[in-house]
Design a protein around this ligand. Sequence first.
Ligand code: ZN
Ligand code: ZN
Length: 461
Amino acid sequence: MKKISILLGILISVGVSLIVNADSKVDELKVVASIRDEALKSELAYDILESLTTEVGHRMAGTPQDALAVKWAVDKFKKLGFDKVWTEPVTFKTWVRKAESAEVTAPYQHSLKVTALGFSIPTSKQGLEAEVVHFRTLEDLIASPQNSAQGKIVFISRKMQRFRSGKGYGPAVKARGNGAVQAALKGAVAVVIRSIGTDSHRLPHTGMMHYKKGVTKIPAAAISNPDADLLVRIFERKKTVKMKLQLNSHDGPEYTSQNVIAEMTGSVWPNEKVVIGGHLDSWDLGTGAVDDGAGVAITMAAAKLIGKSQYRPKRTIRVVLWANEEQGLVGAKAYAKKHKEDLANHVTGAESDFGAGKIYAFASNVAENNLPVVKKMAKLMKPLGIEYIDNQSGPGPDLIPMYQLGMSVFSLRQDGTDYFDLHHTADDTLDKVDPESLAQNVAAYVVFAYVAANSEQKISR
Ligand code: ZN
Ligand code: ZN
């Protein structure tokens, strides 16, 4: 007894918390259910999100808030009592947003709500004014004759469709990514798209666009949906539309940010880990509460609640807050490059990057013989209103590089009905987040992470 108390004393004095292995004597289902139910009542995720969006604000890659966010995350993980906290450098090119404005100058004057798309080149200082040529879709633009937009501003008016799953995004976002290249190929001097979003507010949605080597770079912007509707109605009246566009945003210097990583150490196989997380960066128009402050908060809180349980799962829970997702999965690629030799120890993972709506379903992408573990998760998810879909899950964006190397993944599907009302706009702020839905997300991540981390059988793909 004395020996044990001496050992205890040593352990406590060196700061090692006592970890009880969730072994066969403990009813795992009961342990997970109790942490899950605690998560449902917990305000921790909301508090984390409130802290991030208030103390840091937006977190656009390469801005002063990027560095502030890294510091915030390190401090927060430490304060929450994670066993290990560290950062890994991520270097990228930056883009600096400056003044931006647009107006219709014919058939009459009308100011538009506009935002530059990420990495757009600027117009000249005075701006550019040109006739506008309207295409309903990117495909229409591509199919149009050579020089169909010679000297003109291309306007693409495709409307994004609203779905709970968010599946309207993929088809719509092509105009944002590829619009500038296709418009330039037809001789255009700029491209302006209807915002990739489902709202009816006069708030434009920003996001990444791309240029192509050998194709003239032209300025690219998005206007608010009501402004796009108005333009379409003017075009329906067969009027000539002219627009003046002024964008001053430009490329910035190279910058080094950090992936912020923290762990709750596993009790039996500490080198094997289950990865959860979100991206720490955001766009700059709002405060990135739903994209992706929510994912950061949900996964930090879930790992914390698991970590403070007296029954530690067998494997480590690793939370990764990826740097610069928005401008090209830069942190995710750096993470995969750095950890590819350790891929076999990345048992599985799930990223939260779809706002703060309730989770209604989940899917897996694991080896056939792992399905009993998934079944156990499904049983514990059910009381949260979450159904199992199938074993064909794709990865969250920041897990794509690890998934491509062969890592197994899960997706916890959030209700995204309203997500694209807010996505990449000035309206992406804390007040849009429902604390109860956020807590339900935490509960679901607790179930996923705990069961995966504690499984006798190692999950693989
Ligand atoms: Zn995101
Ligand atoms: Zn985003």
